[in-house]
Design a protein around this ligand. Structure first.
Ligand SMILES: NC(=O)c1ccc[n+]([C@@H]2O[C@H](COP(=O)([O-])OP(=O)(O)OC[C@H]3O[C@@H](n4cnc5c(N)ncnc54)[C@H](OP(=O)(O)O)[C@@H]3O)[C@@H](O)[C@H]2O)c1
Length: 251
């Protein structure tokens, strides 16, 4: 049985990714900061998919706690074949002139350093166990289509793309592939909470006329994580309803 570990797997996109993998017969291990919310998500995933699902609290920012997560994962008896680095701080409403530097740094630390710590810890296990696994980072079209007030988030997503490529170069010799999915706006609960007018504005601002569903993003992640993407490594795959092609780039 193939196994996947997903950071931030308790809700929205991460949950959708976990559900798809479980439906396709993978053992699924999800993390987030909150054990209660993880327990609820594990229960719901089991009910919805009848799959093998585990969940552990892990704060991506706490790089010194990754070994604890590793121990818990190893105790399940499942060794991850794929690591999905999805957990992220969204860093919304940041004024670059006044934001406390620690606050700005925290987003970079969580999204880049924290996810790197998880990725390399489990990649090390793959190397030790001879698993030719995959890493899939959740980037964003914001790596270059920058929206206002999100300098730390946008910068983190730029860094994630180059981290993806760096790990592809360094880990290719072990048969480990590293790729990045870069979505545009996704239909999460935040989208659903917008007014009808705001939703329409977002949808119509995209060439395809609607934001991506969580299921579509999950399928993109699955493609990069599984054998379906064969010899692909170091790629940044855009899945955004055409947003990246526009020079207006506002949503
Ligand atoms: N939504 C979009 O339109 C969009 C567009 C492009 C790219 N993306 C990317 O896609 C991914 C998922 O987006 P989303 O909108 O589904 O995110 P979300 O709804 O904000 O959920 C974020 C997930 O990350 C977890 N998380 C946040 N901080 C964490 C931390 N310090 N440690 C561990 N887990 C943490 C959250 O769990 P807890 O809060 O319970 O810890 C949650 O599971 C992100 O990488 C995001 O940047 C999203």
């Amino acid at each position: 049985m193939k196994t996947v570990l997903i950071t931030g797997g308790n809700r929205n996109t991460g949950y959708g990714i976990a559900k798809l993998f479980a439906e396709r017969g993978w053992a699924v291990i999800i993390t987030s900061r909150n054990q209660e919310s993880i327990d609820q998500a594990v229960k719901q995933l089991k009910e919805q998919t009848n799959g093998v699902v585990f969940g552990f609290a892990h704060d991506v920012r706490q790089t010194n706690k990754v070994d604890e997560l590793l121990q818990k994962v190893m105790q399940t008896g499942y060794i991850p074949d794929s690591i999905i680095l999805n957990g992220a701080m969204l860093g919304i409403g940041v004024d670059p002139l006044t934001v406390p530097i620690e606050e700005w740094e925290e987003v970079l630390h969580c999204n880049v350093v924290g996810n790197f710590a998880v990725a390399r810890t489990f990649a090390k296990v793959m190397v030790e166990k001879g698993v030719q696994g995959t890493l899939v980072f959740l980037g964003s079209v914001n790596y270059q289509d920058c929206n206002e007030g999100r300098s730390s988030y946008n910068a983190s997503k730029g860094a994630i793309l180059s981290l993806t490529k760096s790990l592809a170069v360094d880990l290719g010799k072990f048969g480990i592939r590293s790729n990045c999915l870069m979505p545009g706006p996704i239909r999460t609960d935040r989208y659903d909470k917008l007014t009808e007018k705001e939703r329409e504005y977002r949808d119509k601002s995209l060439p395809i006329g609607r934001v991506s569903t969580i299921e579509e993003v999950a399928k993109g992640v699955y493609f990069l994580a599984s054998d379906e993407s064969g010899n692909m490594t170091g790629s940044g795959v855009i899945l955004d309803g055409g947003m990246d092609c526009l020079n207006s780039g506002r949503y």
